[in-house]
Design a protein around this ligand. Structure first.
Ligand code: SF4
Length: 260
């Protein structure tokens, strides 16, 4: 098994995983989406809300704000406290604002500076003249399998394309080249070549335009992953955490099997 980083920048990681199979690739994808715990607001206490949006919609908006997530917090189910409101398993973010103003994520004052909105400019609501908003939002750890608000990233993959070209089939490649929406086909010394195979979406527009010369397939042992972090962790951290979760599960399974 091999990994080659294609692109790594703030919030985005693309890599090629080789020598794997679809079940393994999908287990990584699903663990990223559903099995890495992150902080998100899942309760609000409203003191006053004169804005045009209701408390319920406000709760949705606050729940969708990605929060930075340090190590050390407990899931509410792991904590000894009764209400899930202690400093080990929750963080309070208070908000007090008077209009006219646009309330944004940076107006939330967190009880833990390490748990704060990852995108501080994200707007929450606009307040008109004389309107007030005062509330406390409570953030807790949770899993994407419970609610997408706890999803740390968007994770997807595609097979590495295989494009077979019969160079003898044609003298003129113009139709095939024009059919490609990604612009990655070109003629070089009378032959059709693919300039960047990883950018191919396997749309098959080229093989539809030139069925006599081009065949497009996916390689089920190579996967191009795309991980876009919401901002709770970096994309690289999301992948590492997902692999830790998978490892713990397999270690636990292995221990159980040893007892057979
Ligand atoms: S499959 Fe689609 S993206 Fe890939 S080379 Fe053909 S036309 Fe271009």
């Amino acid at each position: 098994m091999d990994i080659e980083v294609i692109e790594s920048k703030k919030g985005l990681l693309r890599f090629l995983l080789s020598g794997a199979d679809p079940a393994f690739a999908n287990s990584i994808r699903r663990t990223i989406l559903q099995g890495v715990p992150v902080m998100a607001v899942n309760e609000i206490e409203v003191v006053s809300n004169d804005s045009v949006i209701s408390d319920e919609i406000l709760a949705h908006r606050l729940g969708q704000l990605p929060l930075t997530t340090p190590e050390g917090y407990l899931l509410p189910s792991e904590c000894d406290c009764i209400e899930g409101r202690c400093a080990n398993c929750s963080v309070s973010l208070t908000l007090m604002k008077e209009g006219p103003a646009v309330v944004s994520a940076k107006d939330l004052d967190s009880s833990d500076p390490e748990v704060r909105p990852a995108q501080e400019e994200a707007p929450i609501v606009r307040l008109g003249e004389g309107q007030e908003l005062e509330l406390t939002a409570i953030a807790r750890l949770g899993y994407g399998k419970e609610h997408p608000n706890w999803q740390p990233a968007i994770a997807s993959y595609k097979y590495m394309p295989i494009i077979e070209i019969d160079q003898e089939a044609r003298d003129d490649w113009e139709d095939c080249i024009e059919a490609c929406p990604k612009g990655i086909l070109k003629e070089d010394d009378g032959e059709l070549i693919v300039t960047d195979l990883k950018e191919c979406t396997m749309c098959e527009a080229c093989s539809d335009a030139c069925p006599d010369a081009i065949k497009v397939e996916g390689d089920p042992s190579k996967f191009i992953f795309r991980i876009e972090s919401t901002g709770s962790f970096s994309s690289t951290e999301v992948v590492k955490k997902a692999l830790e979760v998978l490892k713990e599960k397999f270690d636990s399974f292995s221990e159980q099997v040893e007892k057979f």
